[in-house]
Design a protein around this ligand. Structure first.
Ligand SMILES: C[S@@+](CC[C@H](N)C(=O)[O-])C[C@H]1O[C@@H](n2cnc3c(N)ncnc32)[C@H](O)[C@@H]1O
Length: 300
């Protein structure tokens, strides 16, 4: 398994994917994309871009400059997405330090994607349990995933992402099916609010990255929005969480990341995947009920 850092042609990229399930590129995503010819290769682009909030890997820009630079990347991505392809763009809120106003970044991204003709299928609310406790506003406990498709000829494998029904034994109480089980035996639609723990503290997937994807979040996206053998791209792959979700479910993965340390960490996680020692939390694992912990008992 290699880390590539020289720009590749589309032919080289396709050749690598004939024998390998992943291609990790260390460098800036924009020249990587601009070096490719225009025959589209991606079935799904799933990513969490820099949020412009001053994390160690980003310098804070004026929002207009931030969206202008993101627009360049999104336009370059658009040229590589197949007509049946999709984009899942995951973002949170930007906080304007001058007046402490929050700006949901998906507002600005929606303009870019809709101007390119993308169709928004869902604005998924990713709800999680851990974060800073705010003092002068409500504590933030969600981010969003914008799921766009390029045309209405898109993949959606609902059965692959069903979750347990609330009342699996419920039966029709009238009509020709009276007495038969009324809920789908495969479970229910997971709906558009997903509670999946974020990777903090002692989460089994924790690496040195300050805001990595939980594999389970991308897993549900990949199972629902792609098929086996499809090519998934993460332009801001960090420590490779989207790639792991892709490999776990027999998809191919291309990831670009500017930080050498994170790419090395991604490579290590890919190796763990291949030798069977990767630790990850499935999207199906129930949320821990904190009331069961002795720490949750006010009388202890
Ligand atoms: C929000 S993090 C993504 C984390 C990732 N989802 C994961 O699970 O680890 C954004 C990442 O984009 C990387 N990045 C920033 N600018 C980049 C650029 N121009 N090209 C490629 N990667 C970049 C940062 O180093 C950072 O790791």
């Amino acid at each position: 398994m290699n880390i590539y850092s020289d720009l590749l042609t589309k032919k080289e990229l396709r050749n690598i994917l004939k024998t390998q399930n992943q291609l990790l590129f260390q460098g800036d995503v924009l020249p990587f994309l601009n070096n490719l010819s225009s025959d589209p290769i991606f079935d799904l682009v799933v990513t969490s871009p820099p949020y412009n909030i001053g994390k160690s890997y980003e310098s804070v820009q004026h929002l207009d400059d931030y969206f202008a630079s993101q627009q360049k990347v999104i336009h370059a991505i658009d040229k590589q997405i197949k007509p049946s392809g999709a984009i899942c763009w995951q973002v949170g809120n930007y906080i304007d330090k001058s007046n402490q106003s929050i700006y949901p970044l998906d507002f600005g991204f929606h303009e870019i994607f809709s101007n390119l003709g993308y169709i928004l299928k869902n604005r998924i609310i990713w709800k999680f349990g851990h974060g800073m406790h705010a003092r002068k506003r409500l504590s933030g406990r969600y981010e969003t995933v914008l799921w766009y498709v390029k045309s209405n000829d898109y993949t959606f494998n609902l059965d692959a992402i069903r979750v347990p029904s609330k009342y699996p034994k419920k039966r029709y109480y009238k009509g020709p099916k009276k007495g038969e089980i009324s809920s789908n035996p495969l479970g229910k639609n997971p709906e558009d609010v997903w509670e999946i723990p974020n990777v903090k503290g002692n989460h089994i997937e924790k690496t040195s990255h300050p805001c990595q994807f939980p594999v389970g979040l991308v897993e549900r996206i990949i199972l629902g929005m792609t098929n086996e053998g499809d090519v998934v791209f993460d332009p801001y792959m960090g420590v490779g969480s989207a790639g792991l979700a892709a490999l776990l479910h027999k998809r191919k993965f291309i990831g670009t990341e500017i930080d050498k340390g994170y790419v090395n960490e991604a490579l290590k996680r890919f190796k763990d995947f291949y030798n069977g020692s990767l630790k990850y939390r499935s999207h199906l694992k129930p949320i821990y009920d904190h009331k069961k912990s002795p720490l949750g008992d006010p009388n202890v």
